[in-house]
Write a protein that binds this ligand. Structure first.
Ligand SMILES: NS(=O)(=O)c1ccc(NC(=O)CN2C(=O)C=CC2=O)cc1
Ligand SMILES: [Zn+2]
Length: 259
């Protein structure tokens, strides 16, 4: 039923008109992760995420989600290892969520939906000079996806929740995004995909954590209290259901770092 609901949410808010086919379009995201179809790859290395909280700069509402942006002009907050050949720099993280706890994540695991999903966005600083360049290249980006499930209050997230609703740009510093990673970051699925919002470029190596993090119902409720920047004056729509619909796997393989 929820799948049916999800398919019909366009009527709720056409966030942006979903292009029927994206140029190329054979590695679009998000997707459903079928556990039994994923292939264990023993050559996947441990992931190494080294984030410096001093590179945290600001938080803002881009009209589609809220982003926490990092200074990515040096190699202070980096990701390497796992499926990655190069070293990537953290540039921002954001979330996707639903109007209730039944849906909101972009990826699913055996069709199971989570109420929200965190994306930590990195770009390949070994090969490119700027994010804007990397976003056009097939090995340009690496995004860590972490599922959120409703449970105990997440202490680390609370600092972020207290800073919302970030209207335009609000200074936000000394936030270590490692606190948003699950304990076992070496149990993940990885596949070749795309951005899930425009420009939808097929530049992303996705690394989806198997273990979700727990956040409280109230913390998610604060996400839902945010507002889309609505075109029409006066009409304030709550920022919810800011996820893309699932895309065909086509001839891609999902690898897992665990059996
Ligand atoms: N949801 S997702 O696939 O992780 C996804 C991730 C990223 C973006 N876009 C951007 O990061 C745009 N952007 C720039 O070009 C420079 C800073 C910035 O935020 C869109 C989608
Ligand atoms: Zn995202």
């Amino acid at each position: 039923a929820v799948e049916y609901m999800k398919k019909n949410l366009t009527s709720v808010h056409p966030m942006w008109l979903e292009p029927l086919e994206v140029p190329g379009g054979d590695r679009q995201s998000p997707i459903d992760i079928s556990v039994r179809k994923s292939v264990f790859d023993p050559n996947l290395k441990p992931l190494v995420a080294q984030y410096d909280p001093r590179t945290c700069q600001q938080i803002w509402n881009n009209g589609y989600s809220f982003l926490v942006e990092y200074d990515d002009t040096t190699d202070k907050s980096t990701l390497r290892g796992g499926p990655l050949e190069d070293q990537f720099r953290l540039c921002q993280f954001h979330f996707h969520w639903g109007e209730n706890n039944d849906w909101g994540s972009e990826h699913t695991v055996d069709r199971n939906l989570y109420p929200a999903e965190l994306h930590l966005v990195h770009w390949n600083a070994d090969k490119y000079a700027l994010f804007e360049e990397a976003v056009m290249e097939e090995n340009g980006l690496a995004v860590i996806g972490v599922f959120l499930k409703v449970g105990k209050t997440h202490e680390g997230l609370q600092k972020l929740v207290d800073a919302l609703p970030a209207g335009s740009v609000v200074e936000f510093t000394k936030f270590d995004p490692s606190c948003l990673l699950p304990e076992s970051i070496n149990e993940y699925w990885t596949y070749a995909g795309s951005l899930t919002t425009p420009p939808l470029t097929e530049a992303v190596t996705w690394i989806i954590m198997k273990q979700p993090i727990e956040v409280s119902h109230n913390q998610l409720a604060v996400f839902r209290s945010l507002l889309f920047t609505s075109a029409e004056e006066g009409v304030q729509k709550s920022m919810v259901n800011n996820f893309r619909f699932q895309q065909p796997l086509k001839d891609r393989t999902i690898r897992s770092s665990f059996t």
